[in-house]
Design a protein around this ligand. Structure first.
Ligand code: ADP
Length: 481
């Protein structure tokens, strides 16, 4: 048989089973305690009679003729003997006297009981005789000079008491299954109530697809377990939506980015095929095609590097580097460019100390060249771009500061995204492909560093790259002879 595998069913089953076991244990405990009490009460009555009968002072009465036995019992015990059955045996277990109310019936004396009594034990037992209601019987030995001389048996009917027990049993037999049935219903209802929010979540989750990731789950109570689950799911949805949007934007951007050079190549090729005749014309077309191919290769190369770095597959040739010396050379190289001279732009390098880092020279060059390229592009003519190096505890920060227009606050959170450009209308002759800063960020992180941008600083627009430092290597001294 297969049970439905719903949490509601399982909860109800466990709830009902647990409470049914508790009910059964409790009823059994009540029943057994009452029964033990009844036996104890009956035993107390018949045992005191048996003890009285077995006492040495009662010896003459025990010897009385069977015909007067009842009279003797009545005289001696009065109303206490009412409803009690008395039987006497000799030392061999043969009945010598019995109360009249037994008629032809005899209280049983089994061999094991006889043997135990012969050894001095008092036996209390419940016996059923000839289909009559059960009887509680005490069997007690009588010794004289340490020899068994007689056995006294006193019994009492448990009729009324057993009836009470039976009634109790009937009450339990009816109330327990009814209780279990009620518990089943109650459990099913309670589990349903408790799981209602889950149903609600399931239904709203079913409505969410890749097309409407902006929908969120309904949170009834954010403080309970299910509310917390829904909130966690909602924040996962938020991240998923952002990632979906990024991917979508990425595909749009890359198609857009590659479409322009491809259209140019196609147009030029068509024009060349149709109209070009002179070698100079063909040379021009090939040159233009080469420029476009170079542009596309640049994009593809950057994308490849980005995805390699993100997957952790970027190969870095790490070496110990004097960052001051490295940046000074880079800045010097830039300052040699004729174009910058013409625009009156200069890069100033201001180191506030020494700093050694572990890094890949080619990648570090890429990082700082990209930042400086942007800074020089945006800083107005006849102004300086400053590169400030500040060693800190365990790290070094390099700030690239320009006096350009800066980045609007709304664009700041997206500045490191692929293909993100502040001025969307800017064509690729003025600006790059929008991959520069995302590459800078990824390469910096590959060096266990981090990058920050502040565009509101009074001193200018600032990009700060921080890298972990290594101890400054000590110069090796040659041995003095
Ligand atoms: P690109 O390769 O097109 O320059 P980047 O990823 O390097 O792309 O830069 C992304 C955008 O950030 C650019 O479109 C540019 O508008 C903006 N940006 C980068 N550096 C600066 C800067 N120093 N000042 C102002 N805007 C900047």
């Amino acid at each position: 048989m297969r049970f439905p595998s719903s949490i509601r069913f399982t909860l109800t089953l466990w709830y009902t089973l647990t409470l049914a076991v508790v009910m059964l244990l409790f009823s059994s405990f009540v029943y057994l305690t009452i029964r033990a009490d009844i036996y104890k009460e009956s035993d107390r009555e018949i045992q005191s009679l048996a003890e009285a009968l077995a006492s040495p002072t009662m010896e003459p009465f025990r010897m009385a003729a069977p015909s007067v036995f009842d009279q003797v019992l009545e005289d001696f015990f009065g109303p206490k003997i009412d409803g009690k059955f008395v039987q006497l045996f000799d030392q061999h277990g043969t009945v010598t006297a019995a109360s009249k109310n037994l008629n032809q019936m005899r209280l049983p004396l089994s061999l094991p009981t006889f043997q135990k009594v012969a050894h001095g034990k008092v036996i209390r037992e419940t016996q059923t005789i000839d289909g009559l209601p059960p009887m509680r019987i005490v069997t007690m030995p009588v010794f004289a000079d340490q020899k068994l001389v007689s056995i006294v048996q006193v019994g009492t009917s448990l009729n009324e008491k057993v009836e009470t027990l039976h009634k109790l049993l009937i009450v339990f037999c009816i109330s327990i299954p009814l209780g279990i049935l009620f518990l089943c219903g109650g459990g099913w209802f309670l589990a349903g109530q408790a799981l209602k929010p889950v149903d609600l979540i399931t239904r709203s989750a079913q409505r969410i697809t890749a097309e409407n990731l902006s929908q969120r789950l309904v949170v009834l109570n954010p403080n309970d377990e299910i509310g917390r689950l829904a909130e966690t799911f909602n924040s996962t949805l938020e991240r998923l939506e952002a990632s979906f949007n990024r991917t979508r934007r990425f595909f749009t951007d890359i198609s857009h980015e590659l479409r322009t050079p491809l259209t140019i190549i196609r147009g030029e090729a068509e024009v060349g095929l149709k109209w070009a005749k002179e070698p100079e014309e063909f040379r021009e077309i090939i040159q233009s095609t080469l420029d476009e191919v170079k542009w596309m290769s640049g994009i593809v190369e950057s994308l490849l590097e980005l995805s390699r770095a993100e997957e952790g597959g970027l190969h870095l040739e790490m070496q110990e580097l004097d960052l001051c010396e490295f940046l000074a050379t880079l800045v010097h190289e830039l300052n040699q460019q004729v174009q910058l001279h013409e625009q009156g732009k200069v890069v100033d390098f201001i180191p506030a100390g020494q700093a050694w880092v572990q890094g890949d020279q080619r990648r570090l060059r890429q990082i700082f060249m990209n930042l400086l390229d942007n800074a020089l592009k945006f800083t107005p003519a006849d102004t300086n771009v400053r590169v400030e190096l500040t060693p800190k505890d365990g790290s070094v920060s390099v700030a690239v500061i320009d006096k350009g227009p800066g980045i609007p606050p709304d664009d700041l959170p997206h500045i490191f995204e692929r293909f993100y450009r502040v001025d969307k209308a800017r064509n690729r002759n003025d600006g790059g492909s929008g991959l520069g800063l995302s590459l800078v960020k990824t390469l910096t992180e590959a060096h266990s560093g981090w990058i920050e941008v502040s565009s509101t600083s009074a001193t200018g627009r600032t990009f700060v790259v921080s890298l972990p430092t290594i101890p400054v290597p000590q110069p090796i001294h040659s041995k003095t002879s």
